[in-house]
Design a protein around this ligand. Sequence first.
Ligand code: ADP
Ligand code: ZN
Length: 739
Amino acid sequence: MQAARVLIDGPSDLVFDYGIPEGVPAIAGCRVNIPLRNRPATGTILSIGPPPEGDFALREILSLIDPEPLITPTLMKVAHWMSNYYATPLEQIIRSFLPTSVRQDKNSEKTRKIVALTQSINDDELDKLAKRAPRQHLIVTVLKNAGGTLPLKDLGEGASTSVKGLVKRGWAEVKNEAVRRNPDAGTEFIESTPLQLTPEQADCLSAVTAAIDSTEDTPPKPLLLHGVTGSGKTEVYLQAVQHCIDQGKTAIVLVPEIALTPQTIQRFKSRFASLQDQVAVLHSHLSQGERFDEWHRIRKGKARIVIGARSGIFAPLPDLGLIIVDEEHENTYKQDSAPRYHGRDLAVLRAHLESCAVLLGSATPSLESFQNTLSKKYDLITLSQRADGQSLPIIRIVDMRLEKGRQKGAVSVLSEKLRAAMEKKLEKDEQIILFLNRRGFARSLQCPGCGKPVECLHCAVPLTYHRTEERLMCHICGHQAIVPKACPSCHDPAIHLQGYGTEKVESVLRKVFPEARVARIDADAMRKKNALKDTLTRFKAHKIDIIIGTQMIAKGLHFPNVTLVGVLNADLSLHIPDFRAGERTFQLLTQVAGRAGRGEMEGEVIIQTFTPHSPSVQFARHHDFLGYAEQDLQFRNQFGYPPFSHVAMLGTRSTHERRAQFTLETLHRRLKENAPPSVTLGEPLPSPLVRSHGQFRYQLMLRSPRAKALTELIQRVLKATPTPDDVHIIIDIDAYDMS
Ligand code: ADP
Ligand code: ZN
């Protein structure tokens, strides 16, 4: 007898082996009923193999819940790949494949009773019935008028006795019918018609449809769509999905965050309004029942278009023809808790296994994806113009080094140029977005004279100031330096720690523009449910003049009355100890600038910076992605960073600082002893964000041309090195978060 390893549903994550009775077609991914102690329970089969050794009697599976596995065989392959690649146990992977609500029996299908007439009843009989049983007569009449069937509850209170009578006569029957818990119930979507494509869009579309229709033996190459902001990428997505559906196939559309991309989702729902029931949107606000129903509709092939955030890649669609990853450069595709997978990378993997088309799109592609087009693993397609014929907004740079005299040493929040521009817009009753990325918790030293941060000689990232030791430290290699008395480049003694936050800006705005209506959007201000949606709605209705926000406002927003976008301190995202800081800054500036001038009026963007000549600022100013990519790839290549290597972060977290530190130092020694030459090992150091949620955090970075070398090394060392129970170990392969 074969045995099945079963992940039991419930909070305690138990895994047990069960025998598979003769004739039960159980395969991995199937949902099963099993006995657990003395009661029945449910679970998911992780794998099938020979029964475990030992002389105990193996208990047997009671039955299959669904005739087909809820996790398709291809998805099971994806799960195994993830388990190996991300060094994460299979059961943890499976748990993220099947949301709890889908695994819980109490959410199972909701049904309702339907009453149906079983035969045509002639007038004669009806007359008789009217006299003998007037209530039954009434019900038959109502049913007849409704075409023969109606839900029981629509027949009014107390109808069931009369219905029973009709059933006894053999005139009616009662059936159970599944009801879909539809998250969009009550919302009407007006169907939008496909737009006439521009020649550039048409070229892109035909590249995608060719991939969908490909009958080659090898899977089609992934496509990277680089399209400037407002170039009509979404229209290409819509028509590509339409083509896919027309071929009888299904499609997945991934978006960075459902809550922050309401406009994109609206466009999909409108375009496919006539297929309403075939579109499933998976987001975190679905009720448990809704999620259960959506998932099963997907598995049964009833929903053929799935829109979701990163976990949407696990949607069990049959006959997959196309996967789209919108804004593929976004870091939200990387999950920041285990399993730490990257949704975009899994999209490419799944498309390969399903032999279907995959389209990655962005105005600012990730260097990883772009490098893949240079090495011919992916094909590049391009939209270089805005679809509405408007030009991209004009971007002006304000050199904040020149502002310092004017402000007499005070931190200058608003330059004179930005203040004057804001005043003009407010007079004309136009709206303004101000952007300040506060992710600068790791404080670097910056010179207000020449604008340069103090950097590590070996790693080319800014050194981080550690107050307790009064030292500067490199967060990659561990290099330490004393705090210089003056700027190492220009010898200005005014060198200082940079940084101020959105709250400070809000108070400055209230002083400078007392008449203006100001709102702040950041994680602190938006803690209340619906706060973000409400604020955006008020902004759209022009009940707010100025929004000051963090990267929460950088994504996909479309407000035609916004004519000025101000970036208060471009350097804040630039001077953090992360080799992707430059890339992120370029992406942020380009995306934020893309929010301006999306209506009839021309847009203007003002960027304040202490480093006006940094490539991130200069290339963003000229809307030059290719130029940016070329110079940053050169830097990455020179220092051995991705995409020319894979990066893994090994971290320890504990409420006891010494133990977090000591454990990582021990692991570091073992890694050093075991590391093959291809692996570059960093030093064990406090994380830039050394204390978070009451835990002390230590980390070290590993690099290698092969990801597998990293996973294998880490797993081998961890297996051989006992670690204390109160130290939590984090393994992050292809890490994006260096904090
Ligand atoms: P992106 O997704 O690249 O940022 P969008 O799809 O939002 O761009 O398109 C920007 C604007 O251009 C939208 O208002 C869209 O309706 C419009 N648009 C897109 N394609 C066309 C087209 N072929 N003809 C006319 N307008 C278009
Ligand atoms: Zn260094």
